[in-house]
Ligand binder design. Structure first.
Ligand SMILES: NC(=O)c1ccc[n+]([C@@H]2O[C@H](COP(=O)([O-])OP(=O)(O)OC[C@H]3O[C@@H](n4cnc5c(N)ncnc54)[C@H](OP(=O)(O)O)[C@@H]3O)[C@@H](O)[C@H]2O)c1
Length: 316
């Protein structure tokens, strides 16, 4: 294992300074790593805009955060369902009305291991639609303000990128054939990660190297992910895993995205997450990424397919 640039303990939020004046936009904060990331950003004085699909849960979360951090926290919720392109577009327009800068957009929300094939209202396989296309559109629409702010795009991927087909199924993006929960989840997370490295290349080519894009993952963290969207068998397996040292608290799972959102001089060509056993737990830092996640021809085609599917042309 290579040496961690942040020392033996890896990256921790103690490295974050005062964030007052900074604005972070984050998806999926009603539980898990998104909630923990929001709590830590607010505790450092940042303004946080949360994008969530469940208004009641969002209200409860704001109350919880206020109880812990005080009534003066600068937090705001905008309703957004990543499963509906129209909802993403509406939410992005509201974000642009509400904030004057975006220091980082944290693409954290996801569904995983959906037991049977489902389609979103836009006709996308649900994991591809929520995790990849939903965030692709959000990123593209918020990009002009991120650019103006010299901000960052941070994508929360998964080690699952390496546990499926290890490429994009261009001839059957929505899994009309051979659907399995794991392969479809894996493809959606691979697509998210590949898009980040593609954004980097496009930014460089456009001479916009001062805007950054990062890919990271939370390892294996004790969150609501499998309970919310996974099938019975996965819930049992993950329930047992939660009892083992192969999982970590949700707070630790938030560290990679917080690092990518706030740390100065972070190499964007790396992939960030826990560096311990199987990259599931342990000190946070850069670690190995399998080459298929940076396959240029696949990434370029994925970008074109994503622009066509969402109807959103990025303005890089
Ligand atoms: N936990 C792990 O071990 C693990 C491993 C690898 C990768 N990840 C990644 O880590 C990230 C965070 O997941 P987590 O583990 O913290 O799971 P989580 O506790 O289930 O949190 C997921 C969040 O995403 C939101 N969400 C789901 N579908 C949405 C939609 N259509 N529109 C808007 N928001 C939506 C959920 O909202 P609701 O409350 O409304 O459901 C929730 O706030 C995900 O990108 C996931 O793929 C997690």
């Amino acid at each position: 294992m290579s040496t961690n640039q942040f020392g033996k303990q890896g990256w921790t939020p103690e490295r974050i300074g005062n964030l007052s004046g900074k604005t972070y936009v984050i998806t999926g904060t009603t539980s898990g790593t998104g909630f923990e990331a929001t709590r830590i950003l607010l505790s450092k004085g940042a303004k946080v805009v949360m994008l969530n699909r469940n208004p009641k849960k969002s209200e409860d979360i704001i109350n919880t955060l206020k109880q812990e951090l005080g009534n003066n926290i600068n937090v705001l919720n905008i309703d957004m369902d990543l499963a509906e392109q129209a909802s993403v577009k509406k939410a992005a327009a509201m974000v642009l009305e509400q904030v004057t800068r975006i220091d980082a957009l944290l693409c954290n929300a996801a569904i995983a291991q959906v037991p049977t094939r489902k389609l979103t209202v836009d006709g996308f396989e649900s994991q591809l639609g929520v995790n990849h296309y939903g965030h692709f559109t959000l990123q593209g629409l918020l990009f002009p303000l991120i650019e103006k702010s010299k901000g960052r795009i941070v994508t929360v991927g998964s080690m699952g990128y390496d546990m499926g087909l290890k490429t994009i199924k261009f001839d059957d993006m929505n899994w009309d054939k051979d659907y399995t929960p794991n392969d479809a989840y894996s493809q959606s997370k691979l697509a998210q990660i590949m898009s980040i490295y593609e954004i980097q290349d496009r930014l460089k080519k456009a001479g916009k190297g001062d805007i950054k894009a990062y890919a990271c993952h939370p390892g294996s963290s004790r969150t609501s992910l499998i309970a919310t969207s996974g099938g019975l068998m996965m819930r049992i397996i993950f329930g047992l895993m939660k009892l083992s040292p192969l999982t970590q608290p949700a707070e630790n799972g938030a560290y990679p995205q917080l690092m990518c959102a706030t740390e100065e001089d972070l190499d964007q060509s790396s992939f960030y997450g826990p560096t311990g056993r199987s990259n599931w737990v342990g000190p946070v830092g850069a670690h190995h990424l399998e080459p298929h996640a940076k396959d240029k021809a696949v990434a370029k085609r994925l970008w074109e397919v994503s622009e066509e599917a969402t109807g959103l042309k990025w303005n890089i």
